[in-house]
Design a protein around this ligand. Structure first.
Ligand code: ADP
Ligand code: MG
Length: 487
């Protein structure tokens, strides 16, 4: 066990308790209860049916695809699938909610308890409990920046299906919360149930934060920070909010349960409204919808069709390819990384060598240029060809880096660059022997010193030979021949 993460206050140390609610927009052509298009980014109010606009007498019709996606996600969260669930009305008034209620699930959600494993930077993992996953409708969007005195409402989002994934209050550090969001995102993206795009808001996070003195104390009162839209902001918001709560308590105040907003420009959280309790919403089963009953064979079919999930992939990369924790994590957490890595491997190349090139040279250059792996300037085949030239001894590791840089610059194939620039490493023993002979001849005093026991000079001779061959001599061969000649 590592030392528990604590925050130092004026009167002692404190522990943070965190639980996250993630709203993930379901990948589906149509909305949860209507046939309108659910694609993001269309002109305002162009994807609105009478149901979405809540015209009187319109009835919701459930979209089977959304149910399937929720069940898939449930399996991805190692959770219990409830074959019987209920849709409820959550009643509140707001301009972007034309029905006056949101159809959600309350007491009987479609997915029950589960668990996910999160990966921490020190190479350890932790299990975080999942409380539930339920389906609900999204509301419309209020537009406040279109007119100086008026607000407008865009109903395109009204009725789009969301999965709300509720964690248990199992996280204790900002890093754990960040790792949890990343893992949930990786799972839904791998499953194809949500595109995980936090910037566009298709995955957003409500972060519940409380503090207490020690892990033996009961939980403190929580505040809920709404709609945090990046992993970095989740972590920053927690840092700030935990310190704020500690200060309030240490100065003799009490934490009020409330809903807060994170101002990412200032790095602070601000009170938005007092937190409603569930009874304020007057939940009741929606009389327009029958209970949802899932067919066992249908559920089993979904289970049988699941793709390889991120944890399984990570373990396979470790076991089958011999990757270390760091490489396996980096290459499995985004499905695009895994796809690229395995495309370079192509079932035949050396997995460790390929991993070190993808995680090392390639990721470094993508990061530096702000590029993503999908539009990597060096494709999987091109990188594979470069690696072949290392494996067949045409290139040393050092020369390969030069070729890699030239590939980035020119977009040419590795073999072409090797030919054009004469970067082929010298593996011809004769040529290496000639170079070595010359170096030894030019440095008789050093040779004598070496022979009388000054072993450290070996590196000097290697350096001289490399210099003479323009860095192209095969280092292993140079070592071998030099050892022979120096006796
Ligand atoms: P609500 O909709 O009222 O926010 P939910 O049950 O949907 O309630 O979500 C509650 C969330 O808050 C869960 O993720 C839970 O783990 C978390 N939570 C509950 N109690 C605490 C606490 N004392 N400190 C931090 N998080 C908490
Ligand atoms: Mg909530």
């Amino acid at each position: 066990m590592t030392t528990p993460y604590t925050i130092q206050g004026k009167t002692g140390t404190w522990e943070i308790v965190l639980g996250l609610e993630i709203h993930a927009q379901v990948t589906s052509n149509a909305k949860l209860f209507s046939g309108s298009d659910a694609t993001f980014g269309a002109d305002p109010n162009t994807q609105v049916s009478f149901v979405d606009a809540a015209f009187p007498g319109m009835l919701p019709v459930i979209n089977e695809k959304c149910i399937e996606q929720a069940v898939r996600t449930g399996f991805g969260l190692n959770a219990e699938i409830n074959h019987f669930s209920i849709f409820d009305r959550k009643n509140y008034f707001y301009a972007d909610l034309p029905q006056g209620y949101q159809i959600s699930q309350y007491k009987q959600p479609i997915v029950g308890e589960g668990a996910v494993t999160i990966d921490l930077s020190d190479g350890t993992t932790r299990t975080i409990g999942i409380e539930r996953l339920h389906l609900e409708q999204d509301a419309g969007k209020s537009l406040h920046d279109q007119h100086p005195t008026k607000s407008f409402v865009d109903l395109n989002r009204s009725g789009v299906a969301l999965m709300e994934i509720v964690s248990k209050p199992d996280m204790r550090t900002p890093e754990e919360a960040g790792a949890y969001v990343k893992k949930i995102r990786a799972i839904v993206r791998t499953l194809g149930t949500c595109d995980g795009n936090m910037e566009e808001g298709s995955l957003r996070c409500d972060v519940n934060v409380s503090v207490r003195r020690t892990s033996n104390d009961p939980f403190g009162t929580r505040c809920e920070i709404k709609n945090v839209n990046s992993v970095r902001f989740v972590m920053q918001a927690i840092e700030y909010e935990a310190r704020r709560q500690i200060e309030v308590i240490e100065e003799g105040g009490v934490i009020r349960q409330e809903t807060r907003l994170f101002d990412s420009a200032k790095g602070v959280t601000r009170s938005m409204r007092d937190k409603e309790d569930a009874h304020d919403y007057r939940y009741f089963p929606d009389p327009d919808l029958l209970p949802l009953v899932l067919d066992t064979a249908w559920v089993e079919n979904i289970k049988a069709s699941l793709p390889e999930l991120p944890d399984a992939k990570k373990n396979r990369f470790k076991n089958d390819y011999g990757l270390n924790e760091f490489e396996a994590n980096l290459l499995s957490e985004e499905k695009e990384n895994a796809t690229f890595y395995e495309a370079v491997l192509n079932g035949k190349r050396n997995p460790k060598l390929v991993a070190s090139w993808v995680v090392g040279e390639l990721f470094a250059s993508l990061n530096k240029n702000g590029q993503s792996i999908e539009n990597s300037p060096i494709g999987a085949d091109a990188l594979g060809e470069l690696i072949d030239l290392i494996e067949d001894n045409t290139l040393s590791g050092r020369l390969a880096k030069e070729v890699f840089a030239a590939m980035l610059e020119t977009g040419k194939a590795a073999a072409v660059i090797v030919d054009e620039q004469g970067l082929r490493q010298v593996t011809d023993t004769g040529a290496i022997e000639t170079a070595i002979a010359q170096v030894l001849e030019e440095n008789p005093d050093k040779v004598a010193e070496y022979r009388s026991g000054k072993d450290k000079l070996f590196g000097f001779f290697v350096g001289q030979v490399m210099k003479l061959t323009g860095g192209k001599a095969n280092p292993a061969l140079v070592n071998e021949v030099l050892k022979n000649k120096l006796g």
